[in-house]
Design a protein around this ligand. Structure first.
Ligand code: FE
Length: 141
């Protein structure tokens, strides 16, 4: 599903072709006991599903793009919710015509490669709790 190398709390992670990016990332964080980290990366995908929260209605609107795309940027963080790693990942992806789509990532299917860096901060444990006003899982320090 993935391979990695590490130096202290810094990881270089490669997610295998055809895998679910979020499933692999979640498994990696659980197996390495990571509850606090920043994530950066790039790669190629053939499907991505984004989630948009309409603040007026508090309704989620999900949209899936099924085409070959380059991940031009992946930015994310890991925190703790209910004792488990909680992933928050945004990506921008470029299409064949070089236009981009992007947003809050629900999941993506790797199509080629996915190269990530994960910098863990084991002395921090940023927690998240559900927030009624926004409908989001917000940091709660
Ligand atoms: Fe988000």
């Amino acid at each position: 599903m993935y391979q990695f190398i590490k130096d202290a709390d810094h990881y270089v992670l490669s997610v295998d072709n055809h895998e679910s990016l979020m499933t692999a990332l979640a498994r990696f964080c659980e197996e390495q006991h990571i509850l606090s980290a920043v994530i950066g990366g790039l790669g190629a995908i053939c499907e991505a599903t984004f989630r948009f929260l309409d603040p007026a209605t508090k309704q989620y609107v999900d949209k899936t793009f099924s085409e070959q795309m380059e991940i031009t940027n992946l930015t994310g963080n890991v925190s703790e919710k209910d004792g488990k790693p909680y992933l928050h990942v945004h990506i921008t992806a470029s299409r064949r015509d070089y236009t981009c789509v992007g947003g809050h990532l629900l999941d993506a299917r790797i199509s080629g490669a996915c190269e990530l860096v994960v910098d863990a901060y084991p002395k921090l444990a940023p927690g998240r709790r559900a927030d009624a006003e926004t409908g989001l899982n917000l940091y709660k320090f």
